[in-house]
Design a protein around this ligand. Sequence first.
Ligand SMILES: Cc1cc2nc3c(=O)[nH]c(=O)nc-3n(C[C@H](O)[C@H](O)[C@H](O)COP(=O)(O)O)c2cc1C
Length: 409
Amino acid sequence: MSGSDKTRDLAGQRVLVCVGGGIAAYKALELVRRLRDAGAEVQVAMTAGAQQFVTPLSFQALSGQPTRTTLWDGAAEQAMGHIELARWADRVVIAPATADLMARLAHGLADDLVATLCLATTAPILIAPAMNHRMWQHPATRANLATLRERGIQVVGPNDGPLAEGESGPGRLAEPEEIVAALSGATLRAATVPQDLAGLNVVVSAGPTYEDLDPVRYLGNRSSGKMGFAVAASAARRGASVTLIAGPVQLATPTGVARVDVRSAAQMHRAVFAALPADIYIGAAAVADYTPREPAANKIKKSSESLALDLVRTPDILAEVAAQTQALKLVVGFAAETNNVAEYARRKLEAKRLDMIVANRVGIADGGFESDQNAMTAYWKDGERSFASAPKTQLADELIDLIVERLNA
Ligand SMILES: Cc1cc2nc3c(=O)[nH]c(=O)nc-3n(C[C@H](O)[C@H](O)[C@H](O)COP(=O)(O)O)c2cc1C
């Protein structure tokens, strides 16, 4: 993403702005205006406290939508309006996030409209805290902040400087333009993170696939999706436009990444090809090799002593992507092996005509599929590089470094 085009990925996004009861609530008006300017659709929900500082009417005028002010809204709740709104949002931003609101979120309370929306949504949440600097530095707020971060909630600010009550310190709401930039994935860290994938489209597949046997059972695998999600997040931070095709996993969508959820190998195949053309394809998903020829329409009953499943090959997504005529700049595959890792990986590199394969050993303690930690080796035609055991987020950054090197080789 180029500096002049920081907010392009907010166009068409549905952003729910939740306003907390802080003195900085007035700055949320400017935030709504900037989000609209960036092409986002915006709806606003306010806490009772927020309404002491700014009127719902001001937000209504700027968002072009009725402002939601209470959970106890008979007309809206006829159609379970709060759940609808939670589902509607692609992104949720809380600005200002007060100490009180952060505490309620950290503890999973649903005692007003804003807290309930945050609990009911699956959209990524960004908070922009603002408060007195002693409140910010209080151990209770620090603990709540750590809990929220651990859950994948993105935090922007607060900034250091003069505060409303005449004191100075960390507690000022981040500027609306900083919040918009963070929301659009073009965080101000761009200044330190090299934007060496700017202008490139990257498609990443991640997670397992589930192949249905009947309406209640499926064939799956133990892929957690963590590595693929970390790679997608890392590529987005480096400036790429990233589409993440995700199998069934319970992971938050990384900032600035467009996510497509799928279940089966066939659906993943369709979604990957719908996301092409691209410059780079990173196939980190553990796609089933076989699927039932015909899933049973009804639950398979326990009848005989044994049951043979009739399975057929699924499409080889990675090989098809590598073989297609629209030349990608780089096609990277992953190999999860339990033994002879290097040999199988090199064989797969050649057979599928990939540019690079990243192999890891699974079935060992402290690494592989479900772990947050991994060690792996990347192979390409005339080279290889080993990555020592590290958190998957760190490995993802190192892998992107290598991908950039190979692109420029
Ligand atoms: C004038 C005034 C300014 C306030 N400013 C802040 C603030 O900047 N940050 C904060 O965390 N609380 C602030 N508070 C306290 C909150 O309004 C209060 O804790 C409230 O319960 C916040 O909850 P809410 O965000 O759910 O509305 C302020 C209170 C008053 C009276």
